[in-house]
Design a binder for this molecule. Structure first.
Ligand code: NAD
Length: 338
């Protein structure tokens, strides 16, 4: 089988170390992947004076799939925002975050859900201004939430197609249409229309966001795939990370019309960078999502099983999981199980 080339961005802070660990694990599982390594973040600034250099964007355009370590966005004028450049260039409209219970002894041992967050519209459309009243130039402020039928349709359809492809049974649409009757109402109406195309195959369910926040804590096992607008998705996805034990094991995918970028949800962890103690698990799980996306789910499943078994055994795990192993030791324990 010909290898599929993907762009690999090691990133900043703990990025290079967890990326190297992930590449070792993916290769040990026999995945048919070739890597085109590119710079971004502070590494991009150091080499090209740009946190998201054109050669990196060109590489993703060519391969349409990237695995990305965490990036530090430099503070200061003149730098392009990494997330905005990536979101715009590749129209990354769906942010997909699966979360399931792995580590024993957590609050819940039966969580297995996937949140699909709309990533380009809503209150994060970037349309904001102040309103002057009398001599106060900032007497009021407006942030405008843009919801479009097409934007809602593609993200809800993505959630249903994801459910279909992964054998999942139910999609829950989360909204606040009781109060925001126009914007959230359009999202809900569009979602109901899309749901009809999957009737009899995938169950559809609706929840108001405040009730959902509580239900996720009380009965998280009831949910399967969740789809929601940008702001609600931002908040609920962090709540869900908390339900399964935090950042070290939460992967994310940014799916677009023109490409897909897989990453860990966590950042560059400057407090532990260079110490060989970071948990590579979240990026390893992001690589598994990438393998699923590339039709190599058998390798993805092998990696997940090896990672889960290593974590459940608890002997060779990193500090954040209550162990004493280094990144290298943890990586080698996973490879040994493969
Ligand atoms: P962070 O996620 O880097 O760290 C939060 C805490 O979690 C720290 O104590 C850290 O040590 C710990 N942690 C994170 N990942 C870990 C891992 N794999 N193993 C063990 N412990 C881990 O968040 P932050 O400190 O707010 O952000 C640091 C930098 O990362 C900032 O520059 C921020 O902009 C950037 N960031 C980038 C991304 C991204 O590229 N996707 C996402 C979030 C933050």
């Amino acid at each position: 089988m010909a290898k599929t080339t993907v762009t690999l961005i090691p990133g900043d802070g703990i990025g290079p170390s967890i990326t190297a660990a992930t590449v070792r694990i993916v290769e040990a599982a026999g995945a048919d992947i070739a890597w085109d390594e590119q710079l971004a973040g502070m590494a991009g600034v150091a080499r090209f004076g740009d946190p998201i250099p054109d050669c990196t964007l060109d590489s993703i355009k060519r391969h349409r799939v990237a695995l990305k370590g965490p990036l530090e966005t430099p503070i200061g004028e003149g730098f392009r925002s990494i997330n905005v450049a990536l979101r715009k260039t590749f129209d990354l409209y769906a942010n997909v975050r699966p979360a399931y219970s792995i580590a024993p002894g957590g609050r819940y041992d039966n969580i297995d859900l996937v949140l699909v967050r709309e990533n380009t519209e809503g209150l994060y459309s970037g349309i904001e201004h102040y309103i002057r009243l009398g001599d106060d130039p900032r007497a009021a402020a407006e942030s405008i939430a843009i919801i479009t039928r097409s934007g809602s349709e593609r993200v809800v359809r993505y959630a249903f197609e994801y459910a279909r492809a992964h054998g999942r049974k139910k999609v829950t649409l989360v909204h606040k249409a009781n109060i925001l009757k126009y914007s959230q109402g359009l999202f809900l109406d569009t979602g109901r229309m899309v749901a009809r195309d999957y009737a009899g195959e995938i169950q559809f369910d609706e929840r108001i966001v405040d009730a959902m926040a509580m239900d996720l804590v009380l009965r998280p096992e009831r949910f399967d795939v969740i789809v929601t607008t940008n702001l609600f998705g931002d908040i609920l996805s962090d709540e869900i990370s908390g339900l399964v034990g935090g950042l070290g094991l939460t992967p994310g995918a940014n799916i677009g019309a023109n490409g897909a970028i897989f990453e860990a949800v966590h950042g560059t962890a400057p407090d532990i960078a260079g110490k060989n103690v970071a948990n590579p698990g979240a990026l390893v799980l992001a690589a598994c999502m990438m393998l699923d996306h590339l039709g190599q789910s058998d390798r993805a499943q092998r990696i997940r099983r090896a990672l889960e078994a290593t974590i459940r055994e608890g002997k060779t795990v990193t500090r954040d999981l209550g162990g004493t192993a280094t990144t290298t030791e943890f990586t080698e324990a996973v490879i040994a199980r493969l």
